[in-house]
Design a protein around this ligand. Structure first.
Ligand code: B12
Ligand SMILES: Nc1nc2c(ncn2[C@@H]2O[C@H](COP(=O)(O)OP(=O)(O)OP(=O)(O)O)[C@@H](O)[C@H]2O)c(=O)[nH]1
Ligand SMILES: [Mg+2]
Length: 398
């Protein structure tokens, strides 16, 4: 089976006209297309960076605010400048984009504009006809090449590959080592975030990224973010829409669909992690899908540190006994401590962890608040054990 067609959708500015992009995203997903949704108020640079890292076939832009001739043209120009000439740009804006505008936009390299009244099925048909072809491998620039290698890995799994049989992946990534050995060799620190749906994992990661970026001017961080999907079907990969600080050239983010695998990760995660840990990142962060009570997504020391993000609304004490991740997580974050039940939740979780008799840390955060002291504390816990690569660099400089 081949990979689902993968596109990125975004809205430059949103003045309230968001129903079109939501309708179109859903229609694409229903027809087996994987949609990485970037959300709205996005700059051209954010859109092209995301499209390159996510290795999409096309960018779909919904624009109802005017300025579309210039905006679409700039997206095309930036893609070309970055060597991603084969990523197409298409979109619509209902009655706000005229036929004359569309002609001018096509002259600047825009692939297709859909007008008010176009049946949704026509747009799905267009995407399937034009954006389903094979992508060519590229050597440069680095992020584009890395993105294509990740696609090759996902493709080998879609074709029934397994960890041992990933021909494309192995051919494309010069010397892939087992991620665990890479971790043991101490090149890159891998941190795994898991927890129930909506607990605030992405918001928290985005706040941590801000702290990573402010700490020095060089280190690079990769994020592998998972959202659920059924094998052979479409998916909404929406974590990027929550990210603000992670829209940065020093952050390489890749959204992955689980493609039918239960437990929080994708069949291709381990091999993708292998590649990333060998790709000069100081930290690699993995976010699982929203998980249930039985989930143990990071088996076999796949990561160096596991962070379980909890919502104070987990139910009663009894529910805590059932959450197996509470036995193994290195750090348990009780997020949303601005909510009413937070105090009780903190005390109940603390007691639950005491029973484990392990050195587990508990941190209270409000991830949606900037400069939250709990997030600072979590950042300290993550970086207390220096990334081995940073430590080596420091030694070299000394
Ligand atoms: C619904 C609507 C609203 C709703 C939006 C609800 C929401 N949550 O999105 C509300 C009532 C909020 C609204 C408000 C306004 N609206 Co209004 N609105 C519309 C309307 C009637 C339909 C837009 C829509 O979502 N249609 C459903 C989508 C699916 O269909 P579509 O728009 O026809 O798009 C097609 C293609 O373009 C394509 N497409 C669209 N996006 C994308 C993206 C991709 C990736 C792809 C592949 C295809 C694609 O898909 C559709 C296929 O049929 C249009 C009229 C029109 N014909 O465009 C006016 C319209 C867009 N609105 C307009 C205006 C002026 C406003 C207001 C400023 C009105 C006011 N004075 O307050 C406010 C601004 C918002 C605000 N700040 O409050 C004008 C814009 C004029 C312009 N800029 O040139 C329009 C064109 C109406 C008009 N003729 O005057 N609006
Ligand atoms: N009240 C409150 N809301 C928060 C906090 N942190 C995040 N949220 C909100 O919770 C919602 C879900 O946040 P996400 O970061 O997307 O959660 P997630 O765990 O990544 O969700 P999935 O990836 O879908 O499992 C968003 O609306 C956030 O704004 C917090 O500290 N307090
Ligand atoms: Mg998330």
């Amino acid at each position: 089976m081949s990979l689902p067609i993968r596109i990125l959708t975004a809205v430059p500015i949103c003045d309230g006209h968001d129903s079109a992009i939501n309708t179109i995203n859903l229609e694409f997903i229903r027809h087996g297309i994987e949609v990485v949704y970037l959300g709205f108020h996005r700059y051209v640079g954010d859109i092209t960076r995301a499209a390159i890292q996510e290795d999409v076939a096309a960018i779909g832009i919904s624009s109802y605010n005017g300025g579309h001739i210039e905006f679409f043209a700039e997206v095309v120009r930036q893609l070309r400048k970055q060597g991603a000439n084969d990523i197409a740009v298409f979109g619509g804006g209902g009655g706000t984009i005229t036929h004359d505008d569309a002609k001018a936009m096509k002259r600047s390299g825009v692939d297709q504009i859909f007008f008010a009244g176009t049946p949704l099925a026509d747009m799905v048909g267009y995407v399937k006809k034009h954006y389903g072809g094979k992508r060519k491998a590229v050597a440069k620039p680095a992020d584009l090449a890395l993105a294509r290698k990740l696609t090759a890995i996902e493709e080998s799994f879609a074709n029934g590959g397994s960890k041992r049989r990933t021909p494309n992946a192995e051919r494309n990534s010069d010397k892939i080592r087992n991620p665990r050995s890479a971790v043991r060799n101490g090149k890159t620190k891998v941190i795994g975030f898991t927890g129930p749906g909506g607990a605030g994992k992405t918001t928290l990661i985005d706040e941590l990224i801000l702290r990573f970026l402010n700490r020095d001017s060089k280190s690079r961080i990769a994020i592998l973010s998972h959202d659920p999907s059924v094998i052979g079907e479409g998916a909404l990969l929406g974590d990027r829409a929550t990210m603000i600080n992670s829209q940065d050239d020093r952050v390489f983010m890749r959204s992955m669909a689980t493609r039918g695998q239960a437990g929080g990760l994708s069949p291709a995660t381990e091999s993708c992690l292998e590649l990333l840990t060998n790709s000069d990142f100081d930290y690699v962060i993995i976010e699982t899908v929203g998980t249930g009570q039985e989930a143990l997504p990071f088996r076999d020391q796949l990561v160096d540190q596991t962070i379980l993000v909890m919502n104070p609304d987990y139910g009663a004490r009894l529910q805590l006994q059932k959450i197996v991740m509470l036995d193994v997580a290195d750090v348990v974050v009780v997020n949303k401590t601005d909510l009413e039940r937070a105090k009780a939740a903190l005390s109940e979780i603390e007691q639950r962890l005491t029973q484990n008799k392990r050195q587990q840390q508990i941190v209270a955060t409000v991830a949606k608040r900037h400069r939250d002291r709990g997030v600072d504390e979590l950042f300290e816990l993550i970086t207390a054990e220096e990334s081995p690569k940073r430590a080596a660099k420091k030694l070299q400089r000394a």
